[in-house]
Structures are given as C-alpha cells and as structure tokens.
Design a protein around this ligand. Structure first.
Ligand SMILES: *Cc1c(COP(=O)(O)O)cnc(C)c1O
Length: 229
C-alpha cells in the first residue's frame, strides 16, 4: 500500500495547529515509503528494531531524525548510539545507565524519555508512578547520568476504543509529567517532551496534553506482521 499523503497532510496540520510533533512510525515499511514522506519535507521517523533501524540509517538521507521507540536491549545500544535522535522507551535505570555508558564512549549526550506504565495490560513495559518518582530523584537531584539527557516521558495506553479509559491513562501520564517538570524545573530545564498517542488514540492523547505523537498505520497502512510487544 502506498503512503497516504492526504492522511499525512491532514495529520501534519492537526499536529502543527496544536504544537505537537509528529513522529512517522516506519517500522516494517520499505525505504521507498520513508523517502516518499521525506520528499514532502518530513524528517522525524520512528523505528522499533535495532537491526532494521541501522540498515535504514545506512541507506537513507543523513538528515533524517531517527527516534527509537521499541524495547531496547542493553547489548544493542551501541549500534544506534552514534546517530539516534531520541530514545523513547527507557524503562529502567539500568537501561539508562547502559545508554549513559555507551554515550560516554562516543562523547555524546543522548536524549531519552522514560517510559511509564499506564496501560492495564500486563505486557507493557515501563516505570510505575512510584518508581518514576525515585528515578527522577536519581536523575535530576543526584545527577547520576552525565551522558544522557532525560527530556520527558513516554507511554502507551491500553488498546481500546473506550474514550474514558484512554483519557484516564493519558491524564495519569500527564500528571506525572507535570509533577517532574514542576519539581525539577530549575535543574532540568529541557524536560519538555510528552510522547503519547498512536494512530488509534492520538486525538485523546493530544487532548490530554501530549506534545509528541507516534503514528504508523494511519500514514503507511496496516503492517504485515504483528509488532505490538
Ligand atoms: C508501532 C508503534 C507505534 C505506531 O502505531 P500505529 O498504531 O501504527 O500508529 C507507536 N508507538 C509505539 C511504541 C509503537 O511500537
């Protein structure tokens, strides 16, 4: 299926009007699809798999901003560290520490988001609210990690059409975000990114305060294999 440029223009406008950054999630999709949006001026793309991302990075224009949105394994950080723009799914301090270590080796500061567990499903990764508070203390008060910059939070809501349920999950994430922002504002001046919302729920996410959405199937069509993890 070709890229839906009409959907892209509409979505881009919807996001621009609300000050929301659009990340086009291109996992499992071919380079042609990415180039097709690139030629329209789009630069921010999201990928879930390290091997797929490094291959695409090699093959595609170097001014693409690559967002890693999948579950990252510590032993694979080194492959994306040199070029990744933002790592969305940091779900433990152990992983943050491993990213910090790789970034230090190459003398970089890597922007990261902490992933917060907001959905009721068991399988979703992330910090819960209490763990997040503790993590924020270590990151912002104790300044334990010199080579990562934690610039915000990311979350995935339950897979449901239930508007109220989505709203309550997104609101929970927004309030954690506001709490960290107001507590650490002076130390963490660049804490400004709230990545929430996908094809099925981005309008609700934006209503609840998201300023970054990760959209795949609305732009590129359904994926041919199930990549939800
Ligand atoms: C695949 C994926 C998306 C995009 O999902 P769509 O429903 O296709 O928009 C967004 N965020 C994450 C973390 C994903 O894995």
């Amino acid at each position: 299926m070709p890229v839906d440029h009409i959907a892209y223009q509409a979505l881009k406008k919807y996001c621009d009007d609300r000050g929301v950054q659009l990340i086009a999630v291109s996992k499992t999709k071919p380079n042609e699809d990415i180039l097709s949006l690139y030629e329209n001026g789009h630069r921010a793309f999201g990928e879930n798999y390290v091997q797929e991302l490094t291959k695409k990075y090699e093959d595609l224009p170097k001014d693409i901003q690559w967002h890693f949105i999948g579950h990252l394994q510590s032993n694979k950080i080194k492959y994306i560290a040199p070029f990744v723009s933002l790592i969305h799914g940091v779900d433990s301090l152990k992983l943050l520490q491993a990213i910090d270590k790789e970034a230090k080796k190459i003398n970089k500061i890597i922007p990261c988001l902490l992933q917060v567990h907001i959905a009721q499903e068991e399988s979703k990764f992330g910090f819960d609210v209490e763990e997040l508070r503790l993590a924020a203390t270590e990151i912002f008060s104790e300044k334990r990690f010199a080579n990562v910059s934690v610039v915000g939070l990311m979350g995935m809501a339950s897979f449901t059409d239930d508007h109220q349920k989505l709203q309550s999950e997104f609101q929970q994430l927004k309030s954690s975000y506001d709490e960290i922002k107001s507590t650490y504002q002076t130390e963490a001046i660049s804490f400004n990114t709230l990545s929430m919302g996908m094809s099925g729920d981005y309008k609700t996410a934006i209503e609840c305060g998201s300023n970054m959405v990760r959209i795949g199937s609305t732009l590129f069509g359904a994926r041919s294999y199930n990549v939800k993890s």
